[in-house]
Design a protein around this ligand. Structure first.
Ligand code: SAH
Length: 213
């Protein structure tokens, strides 16, 4: 596993492209500059890693498009030491971006194959989330709640109630909502019972699936 000057150059270009698409949060851009996205790909496809595209990974899932990762990360408004819950670890690329931004990351994945693969990969890259776990993201992680923010990286038909309950007051939940096409949705928890909703246009994700058991 190698990261070279050529890869760094491709990352710098990707960051320029993201700046052109109105990604302005410097901690997001710095993280994308640092995380070697090609190492999250099967080596035969590493050449695709710095295009702004989603790409298939194991278990019929996808590694999200860099713009999507940047956009969701920016909506989270991560501060150093924030406790962030991620639903859908997948390749671990989004996890790595959040860790590099200084978040303390808890991540849930429901495909055992991906959970195992990513649990091995991230430490090899020096990325240390607080917890990677195999389970059903609809339930969140009640034992570790509350969180400063929650990011869902699969298309959800509804906002899972447990995720709303596990958000701190003032916390942010970023979730792509919808069946075929998803609307990127930000919920900000204003009080115990009040949530403010903002919508940010259409995206396409693999579906957030109900528990397999
Ligand atoms: N952040 C990942 C995105 C992977 S795609 C990346 O950039 O690589 C979405 C992921 O959500 C898939 O890995 C899929 O298996 C997972 N997923 C789907 N339903 C889930 C659920 N109910 N709980 C947890 N993870 C789920």
């Amino acid at each position: 596993m190698k990261d070279t000057a050529k890869h760094q150059g491709l990352r710098n270009q990707l960051v320029k492209l993201l700046e052109g698409k109105r990604i302005t949060d410097s901690t997001v851009l710095e993280a994308i500059k640092k995380v070697p996205r090609h190492l999250f790909f099967n080596s035969s496809f590493a050449d695709y890693a710095y295009q702004d595209k989603a790409f298939p990974i194991a278990a019929g899932q996808t590694i999200s498009q860099p713009f999507t990762v940047a956009f969701q990360s920016q909506l989270l408004e991560v501060k150093k030491g924030h406790k962030v819950l991620e639903i859908g670890t997948g390749s671990g690329y989004q996890t790595a971006v959040l860790c590099t931004m200084g978040a303390t990351v808890y991540s849930v994945e429901r495909q055992n194959e991906l959970f195992k693969q990513t649990s091995i990969l991230l430490p090899k890259l020096g990325i240390r989330p607080k917890l990677l776990t195999f389970g059903d993201g609809y339930k969140g992680l009640p034992n570790y709640a509350p969180f400063d923010s929650i990011i869902v990286t699969a298309g959800a038909p509804i906002i899972p109630k447990p995720l709303m309950a596990q958000l701190k007051i003032g916390g942010r939940l970023v979730i792509p909502l919808g069946e075929d096409v998803q609307i990127m949705t930000l919920l900000i928890r204003k009080s115990e019972t009040q949530f403010e909703k903002h919508e940010f246009g259409e995206f396409r994700f693999v579906p957030l699936l109900e528990d397999k058991n």
